[in-house]
Design a protein around this ligand. Structure first.
Ligand code: M6R
Length: 609
């Protein structure tokens, strides 16, 4: 996730900015840069890779100033590279900016600036247009130019700008992206996140949407959208830097669970046009390509594979094409039937999982068209794919994957809908219904997260169990696998998932007094069958925690606890059903005193076989 740090003071802006950027490293980034006004000009230095790469090119004492802006970039538009890194300058580098967020109409602005002002662009980013816009409007007043530029922009942004002709100030503005101003004595800071500032300040102003801030070394002035000065109380930060990185959450996993409404919104909403059609930027498959696929193969590992289990059913239903699925470590060694009429979908949060990468190469060698669903822009899986479909979940730091999973599910739905519409295999009414239920998900997930205390209480009750089963039917069966993996990887409880209908073929032998079973019953058309399965195991004395849709109360008669999820069509319920399972796993692990963000024996990115 991108990070911003700006400093206005008496000296050595460079040092403070680098310090601040380092405090944001935990969020993940792919490049870093810094811009300083020096002797009437703005000098920009930036480098792909870690901050230490940047440090190597800013060492000389002449490259310093009392004012400056810095950035760590997490690529969204354009691969990680020196040129795509921030800060970006306008044509003569009299203006420089750093930006977090996405400018939705950047293509339009680019065309306009190129046509009417002859601007040429150095990077592939959406952000560069901001520097040029400010440059064009600049007439000796940076605040005015920033306000005019913002009036042309649509999207989400936190932007900090400096001008060579006003080397004593920073102007910043925000809309739907965080921004805080740090209050010092004889110096001030601006940053995207509080941890960046804590070494130097404890008092901050929280900047609100559509506000603009002007920082000089002795003053911070906040303006509202109408240009009027705003009085803001200072916010005293009492947490230490470590806690602040987690934004007050005890663990990254919990923070990431709570970031899911945002991740789902980002991944989904920007891809839906006003007329309800789906826009898949970065995917160049034609109608003919889609019609010619006679098979889809989904390959992934761990949680990403579980997203694929849902994807298989969704794509088959919507696009009427057979979908096979395999874990990457098996696929790569079994000479699978893949050819040029196969669409091969690799799913990976990190984009660096070795097995997934090897499977992808194998599929490519056999002539398949490779589409990847990836979170990390510019990762190996993304680079080696024909088409890339990014999950805009932001960096995932906890080893246990949560927000990557729900955004991977969103990609599966969008792909199913897109392919179905293109092939004409999906009815208009059904398409509209799925789309409207998808759009309602961010709010519904938010609602569900409010049940955190209720779920924590259930976790406290059962956290001493050494064995837990997860069962479900249809789409719920895929979610059961994910719930089981979440629990075992962070709490070290022996958990086991199985399709509910399969229980009687062997596993039911393990059901006895007090066996704990999580029963997912969110599929309306399988609800009665699921209730029967639960009755069977209940008759053997098992303890049942069910997950069901609001209003489906029949299951209460046969279970010990029921967690209700908001009502929705069956197809999208996995996105909701998984939330209680994530929270249950989290609170069980917490009760057991486990190292939640870094469980034993596990790594975030598995780059070995
Ligand atoms: O980065 P990837 O999505 O390719 O990683 C795949 C698995 O290693 C990953 O999902 C793993 O299972 C997680 N620890 C699950 O929480």
């Amino acid at each position: 996730m991108c990070g911003i740090v700006g400093y206005v003071g008496a000296d050595h802006a460079k040092e403070k900015i680098i310090d601040g950027l380092k405090r944001l490293e935990y969020r993940g980034y792919d490049s870093a840069g810094i811009a300083l006004p020096i002797d009437g000009k703005i000098q920009i230095r930036k480098h792909v890779g870690e901050i230490r790469n940047l440090e190597k090119i800013i060492g000389e004492p002449e490259f310093d100033s009392a004012v400056g802006i810095g950035h760590t970039r997490w690529a969204t538009h354009g691969a990680p590279s020196d040129l795509n890194s921030h800060p970006h300058g306008n044509s003569d580098n009299s203006i420089a900016i750093v930006h977090n967020g996405i400018i939705e109409n950047y293509q339009e602005i680019k065309e306009w600036l190129a046509r009417d002002y002859g601007v040429t662009f150095k990077s592939e980013t959406d952000s560069e247009v901001i520097a040029h816009l400010i440059g064009i409007f600049y007439d000796g007043d940076l605040l005015e130019a920033v306000n005019k530029a913002v009036a042309e922009m649509r999207g989400a942004y936190a932007v900090c700008a400096i001008a060579a002709a006003e080397p004593d100030k920073i102007v910043a503005v925000r809309k739907d992206a965080p921004l805080v101003a740090g209050v010092g004595k004889g110096f001030n800071f601006i940053a995207s996140d509080i941890p960046a500032l804590l070494k130097y300040v404890r008092q901050v102003y929280l900047i609100e949407n559509n506000e603009t801030v002007v920082l000089t070394k002795d003053d911070i002035v906040i303006y509202n959208e109408e240009g009027r000065k705003v009085r803001r109380d200072v916010f005293n930060v009492t947490w230490d830097a470590d806690a602040a990185e987690k934004e007050g959450y005890e663990h990254f996993m919990l923070k990431e669970i709570h970031e899911q409404p945002k991740g789902i919104y980002e991944t989904l909403t920007r891809r839906i046009n006003d007329d309800g059609s789906i826009r898949l930027d970065g995917i160049s498959m034609t109608k003919e390509d889609i019609e010619n696929f006679n098979k889809v193969y989904i390959v992934a590992c761990g949680t990403a594979y579980h997203a694929g289990l849902v994807g298989k059913l969704v794509i088959e239903k919507m696009a009427h094409v057979p979908v096979e699925i395999d874990v990457a470590s098996e696929f790569r060694y079994r000479d699978p039937f893949v050819d040029e009429n196969t669409l091969f979908i690799a799913i990976s949060q990190s984009g660096e999982t070795l097995d997934t990468l090897a499977a992808l190469r194998e599929a490519k060698r056999k002539g398949a068209r490779v589409l990847s669903v990836v979170n990390v822009v510019g990762s190996s899986v993304a680079r080696e794919s024909d088409d890339v479909f990014y999950t805009w979940a932001g960096p995932e730091i906890a080893v246990a994957s949560t927000k990557a999973y729900t955004t991977q599910l969103i990609c599966m739905y969008l792909l199913g809908l897109y392919m179905g519409k293109t092939k004409g295999t999906i009815e208009d009414d059904y398409y509209d219904k799925v789309l409207s239920d998808l759009k309602a998900l961010p709010d519904k997930v938010e609602l569900l997260l409010k049940k955190e205390d209720e779920i924590a209480e259930i976790a406290r009750k059962y956290h001493r169990r050494e064995q837990v089963f997860f069962i479900g039917r249809g789409l719920d069966s895929g979610v059961s696998y994910e719930g089981s993996l979440k629990l075992k990887e962070i709490s070290y409880i022996n958990s086991f998932a199985i399709a509910a209908g399969e229980l009687k073929h062997g596993t039911i032998a393990l059901m006895e007094e007090e066996t704990l079973v999580f029963a997912l019953a969110t599929q309306d058309f399988l609800y009665e069958k699921m209730v029967s399965n639960v009755e069977e195991i209940r008759a053997r004395g098992a303890r049942i925690i069910s997950v069901a849709k609001e209003g489906r109360t029949e299951i209460e008669k046969v279970t010990d606890e029921v967690i209700y999820i908001p009502d929705c069509i069956d197809e999208v319920s996995p996105v909701l059903a998984v939330i209680p399972l994530q929270l249950f796993a989290y609170y069980v692990a917490r009760e057991r005193g486990c190292n939640i963000d870094k469980p034993k024996n596990l790594a975030k990115s598995v780059t070995v076989e």
